[in-house]
Unconditional design. Structure first.
Length: 95
């Protein structure tokens, strides 16, 4: 059974948009993630600390936004982000 995806928008202390994601990102919920990313203009920090699973469908949603997002990722996701090449296109901070 998958863990539902929860997306919580906010702002960092410096005013940068923040989107905190928890649960799992897979083909069943990439539309919600894409809509949340599309609805936020300018620089965005995407906190993936609470993500337990990220599949290729989820990665495909992140790539078009690579130039304007920074990711916060847990150690579980770091290899996926590196192997996919996303780590070469955006800044990734360890959780």
């Amino acid at each position: 059974m998958t863990t539902p995806l929860t997306l919580t928008p906010g702002r960092r202390p410096d005013g940068t948009a923040l989107l905190t994601a928890t649960g799992e990102i897979d083909m069943s919920n990439t539309e919600a993630l894409a809509a949340a990313l599309d609805s936020t203009s300018g620089p965005l920090v995407l906190d993936l600390t609470g993500i337990e699973y990220l599949d290729s469908a989820g990665l495909s949603v992140l790539f078009p936004h690579a130039e304007r997002i920074e990711l916060i990722a847990n150690p579980l996701l770091r290899p996926v982000l590196t192997i996919s090449g996303l780590a070469d296109l955006t800044t990734i901070h360890d959780a």
